[in-house]
Design a protein around this ligand. Structure first.
Ligand SMILES: [Zn+2]
Length: 195
């Protein structure tokens, strides 16, 4: 009805039950949506921050759920930088981001990555808290955000900011900051012959 290409969903919580059983429930529920969408809207699974009982925190777990859902139709992934950092994926330098991208490619496959949720975070690395922050003003920082928006395998993707609005900055300010970081030359991003 909306004519949109993608719909992003989180993967929910196990509510303390067995993780494998929770994955099966997620596969069944998402599979119903994927089947009903008949390929017109692709459902994208978003990585989660690793707060208590959340599922879909690791690339490996997302891959397992995708494998189960694919029998119902096509499915892709949305990568949230805030959630990834909170879950232990370091994005603070070009080298660290490149290694996360390679890990994603090995576990899930970059062809499945359709959207980036570009957020900084108040969580420490692996702090497991879902607290979004202004671009460059959180624990990922300007250098880290720059490494994401300029990475050869990521920079052509759509980026969506889910950043706070307060007296320091609004949405327009955060997008301007992301653009500035994307446009700065000489970022030291490693060359990427294989992706
Ligand atoms: Zn998100």
């Amino acid at each position: 009805m909306l004519g949109i290409p993608y719909l992003v969903t989180h993967l929910g919580s196990s509510l303390g039950s067995d993780a494998a059983a929770a994955r099966e429930r997620a596969i069944t529920a998402i599979g119903k949506g994927v089947a009903a969408a008949e390929g017109e809207v692709i459902i994208l699974l978003e990585n989660t921050a690793g707060t208590q009982n959340s599922i879909g925190t690791t690339f490996e777990e997302i891959a397992m759920i995708m494998e189960g859902v694919e029998q119902y139709g096509p499915v892709g992934v949305c990568f949230d930088t805030c959630h990834a950092f909170a879950a232990g994926y370091d994005l603070r330098t070009a080298e660290a981001t490149d290694s996360v991208v390679r890990h994603f490619d090995a576990a899930i496959g970059l062809s499945h990555l359709k959207i980036i949720h570009l957020n900084d975070t108040l969580s420490e690395l692996n702090g497991r808290r879902d607290r979004h922050a202004h671009i460059g003003l959180g624990m990922i920082g300007e250098k880290g955000i720059r490494s994401v928006v300029t990475h050869p395998a990521l920079r052509a993707l759509p980026f969506i900011c889910e950043t706070p609005v307060d007296c320091r900055r609004n949405d327009r300010g955060n997008i301007a900051c992301a653009r500035k970081l994307a446009e700065e030359a000489g970022t030291g991003v490693p060359s990427h012959p294989t992706i």
